[in-house]
Design a protein around this ligand. Structure first.
Ligand code: PRP
Ligand code: MN
Ligand code: MG
Length: 181
């Protein structure tokens, strides 16, 4: 079989650093939502790893629901077109919603999604993302919980894909140019 790690030019964030950061974020979330219900909304497919680890880092009751939206297709550049591929099963009225994402790149997906969920009558809609690329932002997105700000490079791993592969890398890294050149 092929070793997936061999296609990495470098590792940006290790598995240990990701998990330490999630513990930090989980403590903040526990404090901020004390006495309130909490519905985590994961954005398929990239957010699967963050969702699984954040949910288990939280020492409180939560619910999980999932949405699938796509703005990238199989390319490396955001098209800005957001499509709902799978909608939520939950009614959001009166709920405290925390959107869980792997990365905010241009911000187009999240700014659209937040507006969409707010319009369904949620009591609150906040965002938790593991990564954000400040230099790639095209629209301002108010993010309450952010793991790491990273440079504007194409990153893979921990849910992030290149042509649907590399999501199962345990850390986050930069793809070696030989893979896509
Ligand atoms: C990626 C990523 C975010 C979004 C961020 O998802 O997981 O959801 O793009 O980009 P933006 O800030 O420029 O809108 P993608 O559309 O690749 O789908 P995936 O999660 O299934 O990989
Ligand atoms: Mn995604
Ligand atoms: Mg993707």
């Amino acid at each position: 079989f092929q070793h997936v790690e061999a296609d990495l030019a470098k590792t940006l964030i290790t598995e240990e650093e990701l998990h330490a950061k999630l513990q930090e974020l989980a403590r903040q979330i526990e404090t901020d939502y004390e006495g309130k219900d909490l519905l985590l909304v994961g954005v398929l497919r990239g957010a699967v790893m963050v969702m699984a680890d954040l949910a288990r880092a939280l020492n409180r009751h939560i619910e999980m629901d999932w949405m699938a939206v796509s703005s990238y297709g199989s390319g490396t550049v955001s098209s800005g077109v957001v499509r709902i591929l799978k909608d939520l099963d939950s009614d959001l009225s009166g709920r405290n919603v925390l959107i869980v994402e792997d990365i905010i790149d241009s911000g187009l997906t999240l700014s659209w999604l937040r507006g969409n969920l707010e319009s369904r009558g949620a009591a609150s809609v906040e965002i938790c993302t593991m990564l954000r690329k400040p230099d790639a932002l095209k629209v301002e997105v108010d993010v309450k919980y952010c793991g790491f700000d990273i440079p504007n490079e194409f990153v893979i791993g921990y849910g992030l894909d290149y042509a649907e592969q590399y999501r199962n890398l345990r850390g986050i890294g930069v793809l070696a140019p030989h893979v896509y050149e």
